[in-house]
Design a protein around this ligand. Structure first.
Ligand SMILES: Cc1cc2nc3c(=O)[nH]c(=O)nc-3n(C[C@H](O)[C@H](O)[C@H](O)COP(=O)(O)OP(=O)(O)OC[C@H]3O[C@@H](n4cnc5c(N)ncnc54)[C@H](O)[C@@H]3O)c2cc1C
Length: 347
């Protein structure tokens, strides 16, 4: 390949919703399929490549710019092959369901790999008590699958509308549960397409952050392709009860009917970002089409065709207001990537 392959023209696309989870999966968890007449992008590759793909289709905020290239691998072997052939200078971004992501309006340089396109296998391991799930599996599916097999401790994942890969990258958690508390080991892939087995000991794991230890250059060049979750025996009925309760609490307290990305800021030690923002009087404050949710002040919703810049301006406004009133520096939980409009081409 492969540089030449990256230059091919985009194909016509159509959308199909292939998620049928009974749990609350957001309306934006839609898989995009290639039209039947789409050609494979190369002899060895079986996935699909798109150019100038609008990331607003793939992030829960439903806003933001395009990525130069997007690759939907056919399976893990195909992903390995694709990564092996990428030019060394090509920036690579792994994206799950985009439920914690904002891509600036000027777009994203490089290639996005969408894991939920193909890395979707999950099963109970023969040794029992372990669930193997690939990075593209939706986290709520893992919660439901664990309950089905009378395994306890994964219920919290039902409330996190991303993929296993995203949950690993973010150490996602809620209601006392945290992803890495139930991880036995993970499988990763690097830029050369090589797979690695790693354990939690290989990572520095904190509240909503996970960093590969002492790997120098490789730190940002290795991504999750699967995890084994180790779960104690429990009662499926009890797990389903917990899941139902957790989802009801979310519906009551979060603006789930409007595009959002969950909590925008991490909670500072001993306090809540939502309380601080609300005390600054910012609930309901709007910039462009984006609004600080009147229901939950740590949520910014896309009320009406918001640009990524509107959302980012609200984030900055909330951060400044909290700093001025309380002297507390709020840290973003959502990942903001890409270039602002007009930045493209600047040295
Ligand atoms: C309504 C709502 C409620 C939410 N509630 C919670 C909550 O209670 N607790 C919580 O922690 N989060 C919550 N979130 C945020 C979000 O769902 C989680 O962070 C989730 O784990 C992100 O998964 P994703 O697949 O959408 O990741 P994305 O948004 O696609 O990506 C997030 C980050 O992970 C990286 N990433 C994705 N996949 C991989 C991979 N395979 N390998 C390496 N890096 C990868 C991306 O590059 C990016 O930096 C909520 C979001 C919404 C919209």
């Amino acid at each position: 390949m492969k540089t030449a392959m990256l230059m091919r023209a985009p194909r016509e696309l159509r959308a199909t919703n292939r998620h049928s989870s009974a749990f609350i999966l957001p309306p934006w968890s839609v898989d995009m399929r290639i039209a039947d007449d789409a050609m494979p992008i190369g002899a060895d590759l079986r996935g699909q490549l798109r150019h100038n793909e609008p990331m607003a289709r793939h992030v829960s905020w439903r806003a933001g710019g395009v990525v130069d290239r997007a690759y939907m691998p056919a399976d893990l072997a195909d992903l390995q092959e694709f990564l092996r052939g990428l030019p060394a200078a090509e920036p690579v971004h792994f994206v799950g369901l985009g439920s914690n992501l904002l891509v600036r309006d000027g777009g994203l340089r490089g290639t996005v790999i969408f894991t939920h396109w193909a890395l979707k296998q999950f099963r109970v391991e023969t040794r029992g008590g372990e669930i193997y799930a690939e990075a593209g599996v939706a986290s709520p599916k893992v919660a439901r699958f664990a309950a089905l097999h009378d395994l306890a401790g994964a219920e919290f994942l039902a409330g996190i509308p991303g993929t296993v890969g995203g949950a690993l990258a973010m150490n996602a958690g809620c209601y006392g549960g945290e992803t890495w508390n139930i991880v036995a080991r993970v499988r990763t892939i690097d830029r050369r397409g090589q797979l690695q087995e790693r354990t939690p000991a290989h990572y520095q794991i904190d509240y909503r952050t996970v960093v590969l230890k002492a790997e120098g250059e490789r730190r940002n060049e290795e991504w999750f392709v699967a995890a084994n979750f180790l779960l104690p025996r429990g009662s499926g009925d009890e797990s389903r009860r917990k899941i139902k309760e957790l989802l009801e609490r979310r519906i009551a307290t979060q603006p789930l009917n409007q595009p959002n990305a969950g909590s925008v800021f991490r909670n500072p030690k001993g306090d809540y970002a939502a309380r601080l923002i609300e005390t600054c009087g910012l609930k309901g404050h709007a910039i462009g089409g984006a609004v600080i949710s009147p229901k939950h002040a740590n949520f910014i919703v896309n009320r009406d065709g918001a640009r990524a810049a509107d959302i980012e301006a609200l984030i900055e406004l909330a951060r400044r207001a909290v700093k001025e009133k309380f002297g507390i520096e709020l840290e973003c939980e959502v990942k903001i990537i890409g270039e602002a409009t007009g930045e493209r081409g600047k040295a």
